[in-house]
Ligand binder design. Structure first.
Ligand code: S3P
Length: 445
């Protein structure tokens, strides 16, 4: 069902918001918990549509996953590596790219055939990047067209270990190979030129897996996992998702007289590029009370209104802020001067073609932009953009949230044509933003 929302200009945003749990860590907790022996307990899991798709898939594969609402905990009774069972139904991953690709890695090591599908957006996303290494390990795949979902995975209980250098900087590809590597005899290595988020590595370590990260002679990162470990269930605490927190943070930075406090936000160093870039833009944003919980670093974020300035964002930064470009582009639209973001090719294969969606949306809102190959150039004037536009979200949650944030600043309201997808990553986004002072609603004022 589609549902549009309007965001109106507001005076300020103030208050505290405990943003919902980290999506990347939530997916991994359900999958690795299902592969472990014993009962894993997860607190703070993101209860969004994407995560429910992963939970349902792992249930169909034999894991017992229950929720105790009272204590806000999820329990996973794992099957142990090699013991997942053949699903008697299709595994529907909905909108979840991370869910689908990581699951393909797990299914590669299961000696049966599984059918995976997803929604219209997921069925358009490229899967060859995962299929290529998993086929090298011994799994086979069949799909109707061009390595897209729906597809069939024919797994093997004993995969061959490989050394694989991925042509794309992708934590999903890396994680799929590492999860398949758990089912291989020997050591599987993934080499990355530009390191990507290492949640899989951190979590596997917490479950007792032998996994190491080293530097190669030519400065690349090599991650090696030893196959057939006994994963021991453990307790996981999921921090708030920085990729979601980026929206209230940027909203406060662009809205005069604002200050928001966002506690317990994950600050995985390989995912914190937006924070550094906002600082370079002159943002008054602080990471306070930095600590480590359950193997992941976290902090409390405080963001105050700031007059931002345009900056250049080099391509090497892209993996560390790949999901945050929609939020950054809104900050750039309100900044003084030109922001040039390079190396954005991967944005074309996200939940939508995000590069195009950002460019079209900003143009509709009266912001001057240019797209040159894989670069997005945003010409900020330091004044509020015009707004008064209907932005096409193309069923993309982060495009919807980004433009609702921009609408808090623009002269006239912004309407996003479909906000329903926000529930895939940030349920209650509009209600929570409105508690800080936003004016997001179903109709125009
Ligand atoms: C994710 C990795 C990223 C990111 C996605 C979550 C993950 O995708 O965009 O939202 O949890 O591993 P890629 O690996 O395709 O860059």
């Amino acid at each position: 069902m589609t549902s549009s929302l309007f965001s109106h200009q507001v005076k300020n945003l103030k208050g505290t918001m405990r943003v919902t749990g980290d999506k990347s860590i939530s997916h991994r907790s359900l999958m690795i918990g299902a592969l472990a022996e014993g009962k894993t307990t997860v607190s703070g899991i993101l209860e969004s549509e994407d995560i429910l798709s992963t939970a349902n898939a792992m249930r169909k594969l034999g894991a017992e996953i229950t929720q105790s609402k009272k204590e806000n905990l999820w329990h996973i009774k794992g099957c142990g590596i090699g013991n997942l069972t053949e699903p008697d139904d299709i595994l529907d991953m909905g909108n979840a790219g991370t869910g689908a690709r990581l699951l393909m890695g797990i299914l590669a090591g299961c000696p049966f055939s599984s059918f995976i599908s997803g929604d219209e957006s997921l069925r358009k996303r490229p899967m060859q990047r995962v299929i290529t290494p998993l086929e090298q390990m011994g799994a086979s795949f069949a799909s109707r067209s061009k390595a897209r979902l729906p597809l069939v995975v024919k797994g093997k209980s004993c995969l061959s270990p490989i050394v694989y250098e991925s042509p794309v900087a992708s934590a999903q590809v890396k994680s799929a190979i590492l999860l398949a590597g758990l089912h291989a005899d020997g050591e599987t290595t993934v080499i990355e030129e530009n390191p990507t988020r290492d949640h899989t590595e951190r979590m596997l370590k917490s479950f007792g897996c032998n996994i190491t990260t080293t530097k190669t002679d030519d400065g690349k990162t090599a991650i090696t996992v030893t196959g057939k470990p006994e994963l021991k269930a453990c307790d996981i605490i999921v921090p708030a998702d920085w990729s979601s927190a980026a929206f209230p943070a940027v909203a406060a930075l662009i809205t005069p007289d604002s200050e928001v406090f966002l506690p317990e936000v994950g600050m995985n160093p390989l995912r914190f590029g937006l924070f550094e870039t906002l600082k370079e833009m002159g943002a008054d944003i602080q990471a306070e009370n930095i600590r480590e919980i359950a193997g992941e670093p976290l902090c409390d974020i405080r963001a105050k209104f700031s007059q931002l300035k345009g900056v250049d964002v080099p391509p090497e930064t892209a993996p560390s802020m790949i999901d945050e470009y929609p939020a950054l582009a809104m900050a750039a639209a309100c900044a003084n001067g030109v922001t040039r973001m390079f190396g954005l090719g991967e944005l074309r294969v996200k939940e939508s073609n995000r590069l195009k969606a950002i460019a079209d949306g900003l143009t509709a809102c009266g912001v001057k932009i240019e797209v040159e190959k894989d670069a997005l150039i945003v010409y900020g004037t330091g004044r509020p953009p015009k707004g008064n536009a209907i932005v096409a979200t193309n069923f993309d949650h982060r495009i919807a949230m980004a433009f609702l944030v921009l609408g808090m600043k623009t002269e006239k309201p912004i309407e996003v044509d479909n906000a329903s997808m926000i529930d895939t990553s940030f349920p209650n986004f509009a209600t929570m933003m409105n508690k800080l002072g936003a004016d997001i609603r179903k109709d125009k004022k």
